[in-house]
Structure formats: structure tokens, C-alpha cells
Design a protein around this ligand. Structure first.
Ligand code: NAG
Ligand code: NAG
Ligand code: NAG
Ligand code: NAG
Ligand code: NAG
Ligand code: NAG
Ligand code: NAG
Ligand code: NAG
Ligand code: NAG
Ligand code: NAG
Ligand code: NAG
Ligand code: CU
Length: 549
């Protein structure tokens, strides 16, 4: 009885301390010139760019009224790293958990923050966030295990930056004139959306830096000259502190580090500046940089909560990653030969309208790469990278355990021949796979919802490098009800809210008319054939120009 009363009052206290934060956002175009080289239109919030850094406390409720004032583009907001446990429809992925927010429409995102650490928010509308709609989001932990070990905390975002807008760049990237799929090369690297970040520090004091890579493409390397850092958090998971002099941060990854400033200031520049080096172009990717910079290997991080490895998997999703040309000559990205193509009906709404058929992956179409997961099953994602590039993979709705990661060029994962899995694996929500290598991720399907698994390099995502996890579909049907506002958002964009991936409401197994990936190359043609063709066309044009000159 006494215990009951105590518990009740404890909950009462919690309820009192948790705040509701109302955000009224008008998403519009504004002009900005973060690298000092070129002013350009960017996507801002309430007339401002960079968008606001959000700093909340665990258990706060966020109610964000997101008005699309862009006029000429749809939008959406994904709260990267939030489990959205019980609120899958607030995840922010158009075509997956919601409809696009059309110009003039308002979407209300309303959910509680029951996690802590360093996150970010960004548009999940095709190609959009590198045009500026992305920023850090922090959730303070009232039980912070490192409280008292630092004096001040700061956010530092890292990003690549383009001068042209994404629709233009995407048009050029996914084109037959770019048959090898060379990614557009960024024009600059930004630290906290500027190239002139200076931060005054006091000697002897310890700082906690929340580092977030909010970029589209480049991996960033972060170090502070003459100082060591202690990693204490990775993607929202507190870790045992480990010392390092340099950290490698792929697109969408986050770290918190403690840095103690020196006592002896006589020889010290009181300004601390982090140096950014970005892996300048696709043709020269990270592997050589890796050995050169020798950053801390995140595989070795230990979650502070000591959560042990989940039992052996009940279900394994094996995905082979390739990049290749389709019949239009452009270079696409594939899991098992499938390039993600947005369905007519957002997948969550297909679950809700398909009744007993919801556990049949056929309902969700071929091109969403669907995998139906049973409630509470243990799932392994085995990814084999048959591509020569490095890719950072993000799973929505979970922090997964990284139980195996091969070296570069190790080929496919061999379940009968691998080093022992760690007892306490590192957990995070975004992890990079090495060129030609593989990794194995493990999680428990204890979060009913539709969760996208995709490469966080925006170019590859837009080239189709995504798969859909349909987790506990019957629990979704029982427990989730979509707010009326979300259906209004669908209405404004003219999107159907029931039916299978093809929009068929009568027969959920009839996928006639489903959006398909671009057709294959005609028989007899190879990608090389097309490349040769393009090159010879180019040569002809060059020839003509030379003659003219
Ligand atoms: C959004 O901002 C634009 C540009 O400042 C303004 O014209 C529009 O009225 C605003 N809309 C809302 C709903 O706040
Ligand atoms: C950064 O500072 C340099 C030197 O003061 C200046 O030339 C440059 O324009 C500044 N860049 C930005 C983006 O403010
Ligand atoms: C939308 O309008 C903005 C601001 O005028 C412009 O910079 C941008 O290129 C337009 N986007 C598209 C897709 O036309
Ligand atoms: C947000 O969700 C809570 C809990 O479901 C509800 O009580 C509240 O009315 C919602 N607020 C808005 C603005 O929809
Ligand atoms: C976030 O807010 C908390 C107070 O809730 C404050 O202690 C902390 O310094 C803030 N963090 C940053 C990076 O501004
Ligand atoms: C980085 O920028 C954000 C706002 O955009 C600001 O809140 C934060 O304090 C800045 N960090 C540093 C280290 O100046
Ligand atoms: C700086 O000085 C303080 C107090 O004298 C001492 O406790 C601390 O260990 C020193 N820190 C370093 C990095 O030398
Ligand atoms: C530190 O930075 C400030 C502001 O940019 C500058 O005025 C000052 O000269 C710098 N100090 C040193 C020692 O570089
Ligand atoms: C097992 O893996 C190791 C290291 O990757 C490799 O050297 C060895 O040849 C493999 N053995 C078999 C039987 O495949
Ligand atoms: C979701 O919530 C349920 C119970 O409310 C819990 O058992 C489960 O672990 C949670 N899953 C995640 C991913 O947070
Ligand atoms: C949107 O709502 C209007 C009015 O309720 C309705 O007539 C129309 O059919 C709806 N459109 C879609 C695509 O659902
Ligand atoms: Cu990728």
C-alpha cells in the first residue's frame, strides 16, 4: 500500500516535470551564404536559417505544427533516431508512414521524447534535406551518468554543402549522362553551418560537445589539435568513456565527446577550432583515409547500460547491395536487384486497410523491398556490400546491435565462418559498411510500425537504396490510430489512404499498376555498352567543338 502510494506520487512528479513544447513552424525559402562563396535559396523555418537547434528533456511532449510555406515543393519532418514507440505515424517518412505535406498544408507531429542524447531532424522528402532543412535535436537526460564531469555543453554540426539546389543536382545525378553514378561533389564543408566557427573556452574546464553529421554525402573527421577527446555517447546511447584523438562521423551519425582544456595557456591559442576534412570526392572514398587518420573503431564501443547480445535470430533479412544501370542509362542502387520505388499508398496505410492479409509481404509490392517481422522476434539484417563505396545505413524505429562488421573486400558474410560476436555489442541507429565488406545487425521486433532501412547518403537513397520493415502488422492494426490531421494531409496531396502498394482496395494481392523501378537494360545491352555509347557521343561532340575552334 505504502509502496503503491509512493509510486503514484513519483509518477505524479514525473508528469508535472514533463513539459509540452509547442512548435509553430512555417517552412519557407530564405537566402543564405554559409560558406561565404555563394548566396543561394535554402529551406528555413520561420524565416530563419540555420533552422533552430532543439534542446528538450526526456519525457517532454513535442507538438510541432509544420506548415509548408514553400509554395513549390512538398515537405516532411523525420525525427532521426526517435523510436516513435506507439506513434509510428509520427516518424515523418512520406510513402512509408505518412503522405507528403503539400504546399499550403499543415501536419501536426505530436509525440513524447522517451529517449535521451544527440539526434537530429530533417526533411524525408526526396532529395530535400541538403537544401537546408536539417538541424540538431538534443534530449537532456535527468539521469545523465556523466553529469558533474563537465562544465558546459555545445552542439557542433558538421556538413557538406552544395551551391546548386537538390532538384537540379538529382536530375544530373540520375541521368544517362552519368552512367557510372558519380555523386555530385560538394562545394564546401561546414562546421555549425559556417566556415568561421570560433568557440571561446576556459582553460581547465571540461566541455561536452554534441557532434552531428547533418550532411548529405561526405564522411567527416573531427579532431581538436593537441587535445584528446573521450567518447561518451553514440547515436543516443551512453557508452563507457573511451579516449581518442579523432572520430570518423558518417552522414547521420552522432557522438558526444568530453574535452578538457589545458591548464597551461602560455603556449595555447585560447580559441579552439575543430578542423574539418572531408573526403572530397566519390572517386576517392574513405578506406585510404581510414588508415591515414586512424579514427576510433565504433565497433568497440560499450553501451553503458550493459545490454547483452540478443539471442540467435528467429529471422534473417539478407540484403545484397549493388549499383548498376537500368534501361534509361542512369545508375541506380539495389538491394537484391530491387531499387526502392514509392508505392501508391503509404505502407502504414496499406497495413491498416489490408485486414488479415497484412502479414503477406505481397500486399506491399515488390519495389518497397518489404520484410514482415513477427512481434518480438529477434531479427538479423545481413548486408553484403557488392559495391566499391562505403555506405552509412540507418534503421528507423530502433537502435540495433552491431554484432559483426567485416574488413574491406571481405565479400559476403559467411554464417559458418565468422569471429565470435561480442557479448555486449555497440548499439546505434546508423552504421557504415566498408567497401566490398559486410555487416550483421540484430534487433528485437518490439516496436510495431513500418520502419525504413536505408543508406543515408542522400544520392544513394534517391537511387533506391532502401528496404521496408513491416514490424508486427497485426499489433499495428490493434494499437495505432492515425490522427485525423494526417488524413487531411493526404487529401491535400491527393494521396490514397487505403489499398495495397498499387492502390488496389478490392484485391490486395493484385498489384497491377504498382509503381515499378525503371525497366532493365534491353537484352544484349550491358551497362558497359551504354557507358561506351555515352563516351563515344561525348567524344563526337568534343570533336565537333575542336573543329569549330
Ligand atoms: C509563412 O511565411 C510566408 C513568408 O514569410 C508568409 O507569406 C506566410 O503567410 C506564412 N504562413 C503562415 C501560415 O505562417
Ligand atoms: C570567414 O572569415 C574570413 C576571414 O575573416 C572571411 O573572408 C570569410 O568571408 C568568412 N566566411 C564566412 C562564411 O563568414
Ligand atoms: C522553388 O522556389 C525557390 C524559391 O523561389 C527556388 O529557389 C526553387 O528552385 C524552386 N524549386 C523548384 C523545384 O522549382
Ligand atoms: C497530442 O497528443 C496527446 C496524446 O494523445 C493529446 O492529448 C493531445 O490533444 C494532442 N495534441 C494535439 C495538438 O493534437
Ligand atoms: C540544453 O538545455 C539544458 C537545460 O535543460 C542545458 O543544461 C544545456 O546546457 C542545454 N544544452 C545545449 C547544448 O544548449
Ligand atoms: C552551433 O549553432 C547553433 C545554432 O545554429 C548554436 O545553438 C550552437 O551554440 C552553436 N555551437 C557553437 C559551438 O557555437
Ligand atoms: C589542471 O589543474 C587542476 C587544478 O590545479 C588539476 O586538478 C588538473 O588535473 C589539471 N588538469 C590538467 C589537464 O593538467
Ligand atoms: C581568438 O579569436 C578572436 C575572435 O575571432 C580573435 O579576436 C583573437 O585574436 C583570437 N586569439 C588568438 C590568440 O588567436
Ligand atoms: C574463414 O574466414 C577466414 C577469415 O575471413 C578465411 O581466411 C578462411 O579462409 C575462411 N575459411 C573458410 C573455410 O571459408
Ligand atoms: C516499445 O514499448 C514496449 C512496451 O511499451 C517495449 O516493450 C519495447 O521494448 C519498446 N521498443 C522500443 C524499440 O523502444
Ligand atoms: C479530399 O476531400 C474532399 C472533400 O472532403 C473530397 O471530395 C476528395 O475526394 C478528397 N480527395 C482525396 C484524394 O481523398
Ligand atoms: Cu550509400
Amino acid at each position: 500500500m505504502l509502496l503503491h502510494v509512493l509510486l503514484a506520487s513519483a509518477f505524479h512528479l514525473l508528469a508535472v516535470s514533463a513539459a509540452t513544447i509547442n512548435l509553430d513552424w512555417n517552412i519557407t525559402w530564405v537566402l543564405a551564404n554559409p560558406d561565404g562563396l555563394q548566396e543561394r535559396p535554402v529551406i528555413g523555418i520561420n524565416g530563419q536559417w540555420p533552422p533552430p537547434v532543439l534542446n528538450f528533456t526526456k519525457d517532454d511532449r513535442i507538438v510541432a505544427n509544420v506548415y509548408n510555406g514553400l509554395g513549390n515543393e512538398s515537405t516532411s519532418i523525420h525525427w532521426h533516431g526517435m523510436y516513435q514507440n506507439g506513434t509510428n505515424y509520427m516518424d515523418g517518412a512520406p510513402g512509408v508512414t505518412q503522405c507528403q505535406i503539400a504546399p499550403g498544408a499543415t501536419m501536426i507531429y505530436n509525440f513524447t521524447l522517451d529517449q535521451t542524447g544527440t539526434y537530429w531532424y530533417h526533411s524525408h522528402t526526396r532529395g530535400q534535406y541538403p537544401d537546408g532543412l536539417r538541424q540538431a535535436l538534443l534530449i537532456e537526460d535527468p539521469m545523465n551518468p556523466y553529469a558533474g564531469q563537465y562544465d558546459v555543453s555545445h552542439v557542433i554540426t558538421l556538413s557538406d554543402w552544395y551551391h546548386e539546389q537538390m532538384p537540379t543536382l538529382l536530375g544530373r545525378f540520375l541521368a544517362k549522362t552519368n552512367p557510372t553514378g558519380a555523386e555530385p561533389v560538394p562545394k564546401a564543408a561546414l562546421m555549425n553551418d559556417t566556415q568561421n566557427l570560433t568557440l571561446s573556452v576556459e582553460s581547465g574546464k571540461t566541455y561536452l560537445f554534441h557532434l552531428v553529421n547533418i550532411g548529405a554525402f561526405a564522411t567527416q573527421y573531427f579532431w581538436i589539435e593537441d587535445h584528446t577527446m573521450k567518447i561518451v555517447e553514440v547515436d543516443g546511447i551512453w557508452t563507457e568513456a573511451v579516449e581518442t584523438s579523432i572520430i570518423q562521423i558518417s552522414s547521420a551519425q552522432r557522438y558526444s565527446v568530453l574535452v578538457t582544456m589545458k591548464n597551461d595557456t602560455t603556449s595555447l591559442n585560447p580559441n579552439v577550432t575543430g578542423w574539418l576534412v572531408y573526403n572530397k570526392a566519390a572517386e576517392n572514398p574513405a578506406p585510404t583515409d581510414l588508415t591515414k587518420f586512424n579514427p576510433y573503431d565504433d565497433f568497440n564501443l560499450l553501451p553503458m547500460d550493459g545490454l547483452g547480445i540478443f539471442p540467435d535470430a528467429d529471422y534473417t533479412v539478407t540484403l545484397d547491395l549493388t549499383m548498376n544501370n537500368l534501361g534509361d542509362g542512369a545508375n541506380y542502387a539495389f538491394f537484391n536487384g530491387i531499387s526502392y520505388t514509392t508505392p501508391v499508398v503509404p505502407t502504414l496505410y496499406s497495413v491498416l486497410s489490408s485486414g488479415v492479409g497484412a502479414s503477406n509481404p505481397l500486399v506491399y509490392g515488390t519495389y518497397t523491398n518489404p520484410h514482415v517481422l513477427n512481434k518480438d522476434s529477434i531479427v538479423d539484417i545481413v548486408l553484403n556490400n557488392d559495391d566499391k563505396g562505403k555506405h552509412p545505413f540507418h534503421l528507423h524505429g530502433h537502435a540495433f546491435q552491431v554484432i559483426y562488421r567485416s574488413d574491406q573486400d571481405a565479400g559476403h558474410f559467411d554464417p559458418g565462418n565468422h569471429s565470435a560476436y561480442p557479448n555486449t555489442p555497440m548499439r546505434r541507429d546508423t552504421v557504415a559498411i566498408r567497401p566490398g565488406g559486410n555487416f550483421v545487425l540484430r534487433f528485437k521486433a518490439d516496436n510495431p510500425g513500418i520502419w525504413l532501412f536505408h543508406c543515408h547518403i542522400q544520392w544513394h537513397m534517391d537511387a533506391g537504396l532502401a528496404a521496408t520493415m513491416i514490424e508486427a502488422p497485426f499489433d499495428i492494426q490493434k494499437k495505432l490510430s492515425i490522427p485525423e490531421n494526417h488524413y487531411q494531409v493526404c487529401n491535400a496531396s491527393g494521396t490514397q489512404i487505403s489499398g495495397n502498394a498499387a492502390g488496389n482496395k478490392e484485391n490486395f494481392l493484385d498489384l497491377t499498376g504498382e509503381p515499378e523501378q525503371v525497366a532493365n537494360l534491353p537484352k544484349g545491352f550491358t551497362a558497359r555498352g551504354i557507358v561506351a555509347l555515352v563516351f563515344s557521343c561525348l567524344a563526337a561532340i568534343v570533336g565537333l567543338v575542336s573543329i569549330f575552334w
